[in-house]
Design a protein around this ligand. Structure first.
Ligand code: PEP
Ligand code: MG
Length: 575
């Protein structure tokens, strides 16, 4: 029988293949009693299984040494290590074996349920989401106890067209895809911002999450079409649909190959307007992808990733090396280093700060201003790196003029300390601000008077304008870049900056989403910064765009309040 499932596409493209179902080990757990004299052996068996999983995680960690997903992978693997070492899991399961004489599988499953119940009452949505990590770690331990080779079993026929269908997957599992050569994956759980989605995007294979009942409804070896861009899975399509999608798939392949040809072409619209396409990076290792994309600079270096997944903080020299490395490799092209945006969902290890609402708490520049020594170290490192390339400083989460003044004062202090030590740096280093809080967008003049450039962070601007927590999947459907209030703010920022001749870029996810390229061009945007893999796609759209045609439609969109009319006009714009 043919049917269609709808989910959330986290990575575009089309895959056609056969289903391979991932079996969660928890489903196979039996309960039996252990004779008293064998209890110690049973505990040993459990400990051995923990050791096996520890080694599995270490191997994964050793295999992930670079690439854009490095930081995320390391974070997940660290988290899984922590869960594995947590006495709430291991010791409690051993005690359970001793006290109730149950088998190791049963003990660890009981303990998992205990932990999951505790997570359930946590208020923080991000922490609640970590339930999935506990399940994934226990699943690995169970597989080790049951003697399975690894988490993901190989499809019987490794035909190269297998599509993995799972209830849930950990990022570490996805890493194993590379060896298994799955062409797509589907999961019942997950959201656009889940760990799995972030990592999947970097692998560049079509993937759809939040399918709810896919694991139950799809059978092993079913023929599947996964359309990551349209968010659909077609199960057992008829031959006409299959033929149509095969055609679409080969067209997409051709498109991808053709795109490479425009890598070195200047990004100019049909009417001759020059557009800058910059890359967003998290770590210096990402530069290789940036080079492949033909980006003409780094629009956003999320420097806080240097601070994550570690017990100590990077000192000035380590940070300097990282920034210098990027500056040198970009050979004189702009490198915009955002000072660390820690807090909210990116906490330093071992910080125990409990905030009622971390997204509205001590985050980014607010944290820098209460930890001036930490900030001073980073500023000195960035300033030193400015001697080796076209480095710019970008300040996140500014909301008031007093924050700008304090920041500029601290930058001046850092400069003076270098002058005193006769260390060279670019005295004229540009300092910009991220406009991602509505208050900053509404009082832009004061920011423009004091800063050299602006960068619009739509991820947060949307979150704060619409009061939607960007990591809470329960409100993900309300996260709307086309909301008239969002468009009005974005347009106002671009317009004001252009009029004042202050360079303005947009570095949120909107910049890499091709459906918004023309709209943003029509609003007057000429600098986009995005995930490197998207640059050529956006470039091709820019090359085909004619501003005199676009601008009037973009203006009409701005004056429209009804979503249906906005969508209709957007379709016209992208026609
Ligand atoms: C943004 O908020 O749009 C942005 C680019 O910054 P981040 O996603 O790192 O918060
Ligand atoms: Mg932001």
């Amino acid at each position: 029988m043919s049917f269609i499932l709808h989910g959330v596409g986290v990575s575009g493209g089309i895959a056609i293949g056969h289903a391979h179902l991932a079996v969660p080990a928890a489903l196979e757990v039996a309960h039996y009693l252990i004779p008293k004299k064998k209890i110690n052996n049973e505990i040993k068996r459990l400990n051995n299984a923990f050791d096996v999983v520890r080694r599995e995680l270490e191997t994964l960690q050793a295999n992930v040494t670079s690439g854009p997903a490095f930081a995320e992978f390391s974070a997940f693997l660290d988290l899984h290590h922590m869960i594995l070492d947590d006495p709430m899991l291991s010791d409690a399961a051993s005690n359970c074996i001793t006290q109730t004489q149950c088998n190791a599988e049963w003990a660890i499953s009981l303990q998992m349920n205990e932990l999951l119940a505790q997570f359930e009452v946590i208020d923080d949505a991000y922490l609640r989401e970590r339930k999935a990590d506990v399940t994934q770690v226990v699943d690995r331990v169970l597989k080790a106890l049951l003697g399975h080779p690894g988490h993901v079993t190989s499809p019987t026929k490794q035909s190269g067209d297998s599509i993995l269908v799972a209830h849930d997957l950990s990022p570490a599992d996805i890493m194993q895809y590379k060896q298994h050569q799955f062409t797509a994956f589907l999961t019942d759980l997950g959201s656009l911002t889940s760990h799995t989605a972030i990592v999947a995007r970097s692998l560049n294979i079509p993937s759809i999450v939040a399918l709810h009942h896919a694991r139950e409804m799809i059978l092993e070896n079913d023929c599947l079409i996964v359309d990551g861009s349209q968010n659909v899975v077609i199960v057992n399509p008829d031959k006409h649909v299959l033929a149509e999608y095969r055609l679409k798939q080969s067209q997409l392949e051709l498109e991808k190959r053709k795109l490479k040809r425009i890598k070195t072409v200047a990004t100019i619209t049909l009417d001759g307007t020059s557009v800058e396409l910059f890359a967003n990076i998290e770590l210096p290792e990402d530069i290789e992808q940036v080079k492949e994309s033909g980006a003409t600079g780094i629009g956003l270096f999320r420097s806080e990733f240097l601070f994550l997944n570690r017990d100590n903080l990077p000192d000035e020299d380590e940070q300097f090396e990282a920034y210098r490395n990027v500056a040198v490799k970009m050979r004189g092209l702009p490198v915009t280093i955002r000072t660390f945006d820690l807090g909210a969902d990116k906490q330093l290890k071992n910080t125990k700060r409990v905030e009622a609402n971390p997204a509205l708490g001590l985050r980014a520049i607010r944290l820098c201003l209460v930890e001036p020594q930490l900030f001073h170290t980073q500023l000195r490192a960035i300033l030193r790196a400015s001697h080796f390339g076209q480095v710019r400083i970008l300040i996140p989460m500014l909301s008031s003029v007093s924050e700008v003044n304090q920041t500029l004062h601290l930058i001046e202090n850092a400069k003076q300390s270098l002058r005193d030590e006769k260390i060279t740096f670019n005295e004229q280093i540009p300092v910009g601000g991220m406009i991602e809080i509505p208050a900053a967008a509404l009082c832009l003049n004061v920011f423009m008077r004091k800063l050299d450039f602006l960068s619009i962070g739509t991820n947060d601007l949307i979150q704060y304008t619409l009061a939607i927590d960007r990591v809470d999947d329960a409100v993900a459907h309300l996260y709307d870049p086309l909301h008239p209030a969002v468009l009005w703010l974005v347009s106002r920022i671009i317009h004001s900056a252009n009029r004042a001749k202050i360079p303005v870029a947009l570095c949120g996810e909107m910049a890499g989403d091709i459906q918004f390229t023309r709209l943003l061009l029509g609003l007057g945007l000429q600098q986009f910064s995005m995930y490197p893999a998207q640059i050529l796609t956006v470039k091709s759209q820019v090359l085909k765009s004619h501003l005199p045609d676009i601008t009037p439609i973009a203006s009409r969109i701005l004056k429209t309040e009804h979503p249906e009319k906005i969508y209709a006009l957007l379709a016209k714009l992208n026609h």
